[in-house]
Design a protein around this ligand. Structure first.
Ligand code: UD1
Length: 386
């Protein structure tokens, strides 16, 4: 059988985590795949990029396009231009993009314009909030892609509503596979709790990075909320560079209270250890809501809606927006949850997200795409469900 060439395009932190298990599957002996990873350079700080490649054993990128930070249009345009050049030169049989970042959209658009088959991993998520740049990226990417690899049944339904069923496959969630693969590694390798002097179950883990949360108006409300919550439970907050910069420019005199500890961004193994050991996760991230659910840690989400609706259905996640009273109440409730809650959440997550078979399903579907096969309409390669 001829070898097929597959280009994987990534650029931002969560995409490195999602790529790792798929890359392992594509690299299996006999897979007949030559894999080339393209890093757009959207994330470039060592703690936002290199640490993930090192910890997760991801092969070095064939190219780093070094686009760096810029306004959305400018950043996406720079990616488009450089991705197009790379694809013209490498002429792959298929291209894989992940999630909903500017790197995702640029990769899908550049490939689709060159008429190269595109597979979108994590297709079909919707927040139905068009003020999120990620929502625009998701919708556009799904409509540009030839193969929509959906993580959940809810995502399959969303794609059906947009007339995309014939390109959709339910494969499960690659982030679930990643957590399974990295959990044990985190246990043995990460010293984060010791380094920070934290006791499992006695702290809350916070992340805030979205454009909507870091706008000056909202940021001061979010920080006030966190100050108040830290009076109930000590908090640890790895600070995304965007948030650090936003605090520096909008609230230069702000200092966190002692119970709200700001630390530098952490790698994926340290993050997994913190997430699993926290009494509660408080976040505006999409991926972290789900990682908390998978690890059985209750989550309080600083947004008005979520793409990961199953976390709500299971009572594992509470949406509080920037409402301090609601956040305090949700954190207090989370602090009362014991081991049965955690075990129940973790086993439901396994069912929702495909029991760890997603990366294998993705690889199989992409190889078929690259070989010119079509994906069966609506076929479930490996169903996830309740
Ligand atoms: C991007 C994604 C978001 C994802 C997040 C993960 C888009 C639209 N958003 O948001 O969906 O959840 O990645 O973190 O693509 N910066 C640095 N060093 C870095 C990276 C960023 O200092 O290595 C700073 C820069 O000031 C930059 C800002 O962070 O302007 C925002 O980075 P950017 O990549 O534009 O978006 P994220 O907020 O990281």
């Amino acid at each position: 059988m001829n070898t097929v060439r597959v280009v994987q395009i990534v650029g931002a932190r969560p995409q490195f985590i999602k790529l790792a298990p798929v890359s392992r599957q594509l690299a299996r002996p006999g897979s007949g795949v030559q894999e080339l990873i393209v890093h757009t350079g959207q994330h470039y700080d060592p703690q936002m990029s290199a640490v993930f490649f090192a910890e997760l054993g991801i092969p070095p990128p064939a190219a780093n396009l070094e686009v760096g930070s810029a306004a959305h249009g400018r950043q996406t345009a720079a990616m488009l231009e450089r991705i197009e050049d790379f694809l013209l030169e490498s002429r792959p049989d298929a291209v894989i993009v992940y999630g909903d970042t500017n790197s995702t959209l640029a990769g899908a658009l550049a490939a689709a314009k060159l008429r190269l088959p595109v597979a979108h991993v994590e297709a079909g998520l919707r927040s139905y909030n068009r003020s999120m740049p990620e929502e625009l990226n998701r919708v556009a990417t799904d409509h540009l892609s030839d193969l929509l690899l959906a993580p959940t049944e809810a995502a399959v339904r969303n794609l059906a509503r947009e007339g995309l069923s014939d390109r959709t496959r339910l494969v499960g969630d690659v982030m679930y596979d990643a957590v399974l693969a990295n959990r044990e590694l985190a246990r043995s390798e990460s010293r984060m709790l010791q380094q920070l002097g934290l006791t499992a179950g006695a702290f809350g883990l916070v992340t805030v990075h979205r454009a909507e949360s870091t706008a000056p108006e909202v940021l001061s409300r979010v920080l006030a909320l966190l100050e108040r919550v830290s009076g109930v439970l000590p908090l640890v907050m790895p600070l995304h560079p965007r948030t650090r910069a936003a605090i520096g420019s909008a609230l230069p005199d702000w200092r966190p209270p002692a119970q709200l500890r700001l630390i530098d961004p952490v790698g994926s193994l340290d993050m997994l250890q913190l997430t699993g050991a926290a009494a509660v996760v408080i976040t505006d991230s999409g991926g972290l809501q789900k990682e908390a659910f998978i690890l059985g840690t209750p989550c309080v989400t600083l947004r008005g809606e979520t793409e990961w609706v199953e976390t709500l259905e299971c009572g594992a996640n509470t949406l509080v927006g920037a409402d301090t009273a609601a956040a305090v109440a949700a954190v207090q409730l989370a602090m009362t949850q014991g081991p049965p809650f955690r075990t129940d959440a973790a086993s439901r997550a396994a069912r929702f997200y495909g029991e760890g078979k997603a990366a294998g399903n993705c690889a199989q579907a992409v190889v078929e795409l690259a070989r010119g096969g079509t994906s069966a309409p609506g076929a479930a390669v490996g169903a996830s469900g309740r």
